[in-house]
Design a protein around this ligand. Structure first.
Ligand code: CDP
Length: 294
């Protein structure tokens, strides 16, 4: 224990110039990349890389809820399963659910429950799966941000996209988007999810202590980050659904033009027997005997 306290005291998470261990300033996000529609079998999916985090989100539904006794006759259920792969963290994680993953699954399903138009789909379930492939702190925020894109990709009707980002305190300074070292050795971490457009907060947790003013500052930073995340989410969906003319042609080459409709014929004209026509006594042109002649 003393060792950890010693490391915490020695470790300068943010220097006198306000530069953090990974070179970021207090208000900077880690690099983020989002891709929509990455899984063929899911109704909707997304992949996010957020600093050292790599997270996949898949959505199924709305589909009939099973077992039947969980069905709500008035609305859909929004269910989430957050899971960390055993290889996602430095110490192998024991496979299967634990207290932490059950808690994260619960808070994420509640966050989406308040934006999905559940009344439109009674007796059904919208199932969200979040798989953390590589973790570096902030995985619930990364998972939620990706799941929001996956829900939109699945065409689940909802009020707006939701984006999440944590802010916290390191070395007495309120900072945005803590990484693993900052999360482990920092003073506080406060993840927050925001509905774009309304600014409504649908997830808010806190690990550690912040004063009222520090909390206000953290909230301001997370709200600003949510706007940037929304742009990345929207761009990912645009990339997924904007198709060029060349792509359309490659998928389905144009069908051959249909032949023009035949003119309706009043009667079938039979070919005349040679010699039966009234003009048959007329001399036939030389050509009618073929190229060789008679
Ligand atoms: O990931 P998030 O910040 O949402 O949740 P957390 O409980 O604050 O976890 C912070 C970080 O601790 C995770 O992102 C992982 O990198 C790490 N962790 C770990 O190494 N082993 C675990 N069993 C759980 C978390």
């Amino acid at each position: 224990m003393e060792d950890v306290e010693h490391i915490e005291k020695e470790m300068k998470l943010i220097d006198a110039n306000g530069v953090r261990l990974d070179g970021r300033k207090y208000n900077e996000l880690r690099p983020i990349r989002i891709e929509a529609g990455v899984l063929k079998r899911a109704d909707g999916s997304a992949y996010i890389e957020w600093g050292g985090n790599k997270v996949l989100a898949a959505v199924y539904g709305p589909r009939e809820a099973h077992p039947r006794h969980i069905q709500d006759p008035a609305r859909a259920l929004v269910q989430c399963r957050y899971n960390m792969a055993p290889f996602s963290v430095s110490d192998r994680k024991r496979p299967g659910p634990d207290r932490r993953s059950v808690e994260i699954s619960k808070v994420i399903s509640e966050a989406f429950s308040s934006v999905v138009f559940k009344e439109q789909f009674p007796r059904t379930s919208v199932d969200i799966f979040i798989e953390v492939l590589q973790a570096d702190a902030g995985t619930r925020c990364a998972g939620l941000t990706a799941a929001s894109v996956a829900l939109a990709d699945a065409g689940v009707p909802m009020r707006d996209l939701v984006a999440a980002c944590a802010s916290g305190k390191i070395g007495g300074v309120v900072c945005l988007d803590l990484n693993k070292e900052e999360d482990n050795f920092g003073d506080a971490d406060c993840p927050m999810a925001v509905v774009h457009g309304t600014g409504e907060v649908v997830l808010l947790q806190m690990d550690g202590h912040l004063t009222y003013d520090e909390f206000q500052k953290a909230m301001e930073l997370s709200l600003g980050a949510a706007d940037k995340l929304f742009e990345l989410q929207r761009d990912a969906l645009r990339r997924r659904y904007s198709v060029t003319l060349e792509e359309i042609l490659r998928e389905a080459p144009p069908a051959a033009p249909a032949p023009p409709p035949e003119e309706p014929r009043e009667f079938e004209q039979m070919p005349e027997e040679p010699g039966t026509s009234p003009d048959s006594d007329k001399e036939l042109p030389e050509d009618d005997f073929g190229p060789e002649g008679l």
